[in-house]
Design a protein around this ligand. Structure first.
Ligand SMILES: [Zn+2]
Length: 129
């Protein structure tokens, strides 16, 4: 993929990882809403009665510490590194703002969404806390 294609894939809503998380939640019987515009960072998934939000993060865009997250584009490397560092700072701010509003947050990384059974277990554990 060239860089612009990578960016489009990463920035778009309704990505494959998001869809997998939603379908798993549906299967578990949870009801939820998407992209809550009234909360900081517009969480991808919100379960308001449970005061819980879920972010599904792309590893590159949000600077995950995995192999995929560390793969900076060859061109304009400084630019991307600064941009991703800012994204990480913003993510941390968003989490603290949402916590301050009384919501619990779960961040899921695309690299951790290969095993649906493990994802289901993780979601259940988070939502029954
Ligand atoms: Zn990752």
């Amino acid at each position: 993929m060239d860089r612009s294609a990578t960016m489009r894939a990463i920035r778009s809503k309704n990505t494959a990882p998001e869809r997998l998380v939603r379908s798993t939640l549906h299967r578990l019987g949870y009801r939820f809403r998407l992209h809550a515009a009234d909360l900081p960072g517009k969480p991808d998934i919100i379960l308001r009665p449970r005061r819980a939000v879920i972010f599904v993060h792309g590893c590159f865009w949000h600077g995950h510490g995995c192999a995929r997250g560390g793969r900076a584009p060859k061109t304009n490397r400084d630019y991307w590194e600064r941009k991703i560092a800012r994204n990480r700072e913003r993510d941390a701010e968003i989490l603290s703002k949402i916590s301050a509003l009384g919501y619990r947050c779960l961040t899921l990384w695309e690299c951790g969404l290969k095993d649906e059974a493990a994802l289901a277990a993780q979601l259940k554990a988070f939502l029954t806390e």
